[in-house]
Design a binder for this molecule. Structure first.
Ligand SMILES: Cc1cc2nc3c(=O)[nH]c(=O)nc-3n(C[C@H](O)[C@H](O)[C@H](O)COP(=O)(O)OP(=O)(O)OC[C@H]3O[C@@H](n4cnc5c(N)ncnc54)[C@H](O)[C@@H]3O)c2cc1C
Length: 493
């Protein structure tokens, strides 16, 4: 391989999936001594996609994603490999509570409640979050028979069947559906929360399953002198550090403002070895030996439309929702009652203008100067599409209205920042895993082409990192198998 011209791998998209793919390709090229040129094309003028940290004075402002789930290791492992290990910071456990809006009040989620079900009845019985009938219905969960027959179902159907309508409308829709900014009636339970499906299958009850999981965690924690991290983590200077550190390592490989419009097998070289011809929206072209598409499904669908219509059609089936994040800074004493939690969710049944609010500078220390509180509000999602038509000023007003109604804050915020995320949240509709399997089967028939990103097998940052790294491993294996021989023997190119 040492004699060969460098093979060229292109990554399309500079979100966390694309950056992770390019970085892993770089690592593999070094580890395996592959002569590999790596190019990453990003259509926008900013890297990171849904990860963006803005720093204003002492404020560390997350305009998009703000937390990394620690139990999925890919993102933290990547952070440690690229020298960010010492910057990882956990959440402030003093504020580890989350609230749910009910009848205009913030009520604490009962202890042991995990996204859509409680592990224990005691805290549920004492909580004003559910009506007496709702509590009775939850208490029956261990006696509800397992679902007969396989196949996917919606998150709403699953929760209604096992725990009743009140758990769905009062908590699960906002907590679980909220992560995906999705309509729970359409959201696939198998693709989003498979561990709950597994609990039902294995224990006949999600409550029994949650208790078993808690016992296993306790045993593991005793063995390891406690978990290393809180459930969610970030970096002291924001999740944007991950993007900045990757961008610095990949600087020579990155081209900004270059949207890839289409990817075609390069006919002239196809006979001798497979190469790809990429056309940019600005009219330019380039060739590559292998391509990772790490752009959203709709962009991947457009780029593959001409050469691979069947794959393109499947990609186009994945729908997206939009959201906006409004950051607001207040003086701490603008809050009549100091908030004491990470934040709250507002179920759709409450008809609020925001779907969630978080107390960012309580959740992670060091995000606001002393005496100030940084909060954020989420607007939009699949159940509130019409709110995306609001102007920025109207979004700030909507967020302020809600913080006034729910928390009594009437003061003017000292800082506001609105960030829109159009078509940013892939919707995992019922049957999603089958669709992804078909997409992967079709992609598997195209040597040297890989897909990565949030629309495949997990929307969270760790899933996107893992998806990009998996694509990079597949491309490296492809090079070892094919291109080295072809490139070494082909001096004419
Ligand atoms: C508001 C919000 C809050 C979130 N909060 C969290 C959170 O707290 N924790 C968490 O784990 N996850 C969170 N998520 C989800 C997570 O951040 C995303 O799923 C993830 O960042 C997506 O990464 P990606 O690389 O797949 O896609 P993207 O971030 O969408 O990146 C794709 C990139 O491809 C580029 N591109 C598009 N078309 C082309 C083209 N034709 N040519 C070249 N480039 C192209 C885009 O400009 C973009 O930069 C949140 C998402 C949003 C929107």
């Amino acid at each position: 391989m040492a004699e060969a011209r460098p093979a060229k791998a292109v990554v399309i998209g500079g979100g966390i999936a694309g950056l992770s793919a390019a970085n892993r390709l770089r690592e593999l090229a070094i580890e395996r001594r592959l002569p590999l040129a790596i190019e990453l094309y990003e259509s926008g003028e900013r890297l990171g996609g849904a990860l963006e940290t803005v720093r204003r004075g002492e404020f560390v402002i997350e305009t998009g994603a703000d937390s990394i789930l620690a139990e999925k290791p890919a993102a933290l492992k990547l952070a440690e490999r690229i020298g960010l290990g010492a910057e990882i910071t956990g959440t402030d456990q003093r504020y580890r509570k989350t609230f749910v809006v009910r009848n205009g009040r913030l009520l604490e989620i009962p202890e042991g409640f995990s996204l859509l079900a409680p592990s224990r009845m005691g805290p549920v019985m004492r909580s004003p979050l559910f009506s007496p009938l709702g509590k009775l219905r939850i208490a029956l969960e261990p006696w509800i028979p397992r679902r007969r027959g396989g196949g996917d179902e919606s998150l709403a159907a699953f929760v209604r069947r096992r725990l009743g309508d009140e758990t769905l409308t009062r908590v699960a829709q906002a907590l679980a559906g909220g992560i995906y900014t999705a309509d729970p009636e359409l959201l696939s339970i198998a693709a989003t929360l498979p561990r709950f499906v597994e609990m039902e299958r294995k224990y006949g009850s999600v409550m029994r399953g949650l208790r078993a999981a808690a016992r296993a965690r306790d045993t593991a924690a005793r063995g390891e002198s406690g978990a290393r991290w809180s459930l969610f983590v970030s970096f002291r200077a924001g999740v944007g550090r991950l993007v900045e550190a990757l961008a610095a390592r990949l600087a020579d490989s990155i081209q900004m403002g270059r949207a890839v419009a289409s990817i075609l097998p390069d006919r002239e070289s196809l006979e001798r070895s497979r190469r790809w011809r990429l056309r940019f929206a600005d009219g330019g072209e380039t060739v590559a030996d292998a391509v990772v598409i790490a752009a959203p499904a709709y962009a991947a669908a457009r780029a593959t439309g001409e050469a691979f219509p069947a794959l393109s059609a499947k990609l186009a089936l994945i729908e997206y929702a939009s959201a906006a994040v409004v950051n607001l800074a207040y003086h701490t004493d603008d809050f009549p009652h100091a908030p004491a939690g990470f934040g709250f969710v507002a179920p759709a049944i409450e008809r609020r203008k925001i779907i969630a609010g978080s107390f960012t500078s309580l959740k992670y220390p060091g995000r606001a100067p002393a005496g100030m509180l940084l909060v954020r509000a989420f607007i939009g999602g699949a159940l509130n599409r019409e709110l995306m038509a609001l102007t920025d000023a109207e979004m700030v007003a909507a967020a302020r209205d809600e913080f006034r109604d729910l928390l009594g804050v009437t003061a003017e915020p000292t800082l506001t920042l609105v960030r829109r995320w159009p078509n940013s949240m892939p919707q995992y509709a019922v049957g999603h895993l089958d669709r992804v399997a078909e997409i992967e089967k079709l992609t598997g028939q195209i040597p040297g082409l890989e897909l990565a990103g949030a629309y495949l097998r997990g929307v969270g940052i760790p899933d996107c990192v893992a998806s990009g790294e998996r694509a990079a491993e597949a491309i490296a294996a492809f090079f070892v198998r094919n291109v080295s021989a072809g490139a070494a023997g082909d001096a004419s190119r």
